[in-house]
Design a binder for this molecule. Structure first.
Ligand SMILES: Cc1cc2nc3c(=O)[nH]c(=O)nc-3n(C[C@H](O)[C@H](O)[C@H](O)COP(=O)(O)O)c2cc1C
Length: 201
């Protein structure tokens, strides 16, 4: 029987007050905690990351003001057994802020194992229209695979997002149920990584 506590990092959100993708991400993290997982959140409103620059070999190279945010991100990425990524839909794709945050995974290239190998990503997106949020799931799946992570097959693209939220709260029960299903699968898959972490510690 496993004694490892599963660690889930939530990453993303839109850079605006009342971000729906952030609200959905927080709901999913709460479900993960209900299932016994330990969670952290990198809310991109609060963890202000500069644009990723390949020439900057260390977080310190970004300057004293920016380095702590980058360190927090890298520490969370390494700490977690698996991830929940949440992005708004902007012009048919994921937001630049979310993609920028994920580009920092390049700092994990020389980790053993490299990048996000062995970890799993659950994907959440929000879009006002009918298509872009689904595009975002595909795009983030491609990013996850590029970073050597696997993806939970069940994603939560929140299309027509204006109808799913009221006064900043998620009111759509089907979306909430799907977030719960995603999180259940994610925590189950993350347990494999948590046990591996325990063995190699
Ligand atoms: C610059 C911009 C571009 C957008 N482009 C799209 C789009 O292409 N398709 C869509 O469905 N919604 C689009 N939207 C609507 C947002 O996806 C929607 O408001 C969503 O809730 C944003 O995520 P957030 O609530 O987490 O900030 C756009 C919004 C902005 C601000």
């Amino acid at each position: 029987m496993s004694t490892a506590t599963v660690r889930i990092l939530g990453l993303g959100g839109g850079l605006r007050v009342g971000s729906r993708s952030l609200t959905a991400l927080k709901e999913a993290l709460a479900f993960a905690e209900d299932q016994g997982a330990e969670t952290r959140l990198i809310d991109l409103n609060e963890v202000e990351l500069p644009l990723y620059r390949p020439d900057n070999a260390t977080p310190a190279a970004y300057g004293a003001a920016a380095a702590p945010a980058i360190e927090e991100l890298l520490d969370g990425l390494r700490w977690a057994d698996s991830y929940l990524w949440a992005s708004p839909s902007y012009h048919g794709s994921l937001s630049g802020a979310v993609k920028n945050a994920l580009d920092y995974v390049q700092f994990l290239v020389r980790d053993t194992p490299s990048f996000l190998y062995g970890k799993t990503v659950g994907i959440i997106s929000a879009g006002a229209g009918a298509i872009a949020a689904v595009n975002v799931v595909t795009q983030l799946t491609q990013v996850a695979h590029g970073l050597r992570a696997q993806v939970v097959p069940l994603a939560v693209p929140i299309v027509s997002a204006g109808k799913a939220f009221e006064d900043g709260q998620l009111t759509d029960t089907q979306v909430r149920e799907r977030l719960n299903m995603l999180t259940t699968e994610l925590v189950a898959l993350a347990r494999v990584q948590a046990e591996r972490r325990l063995v190699t510690a």
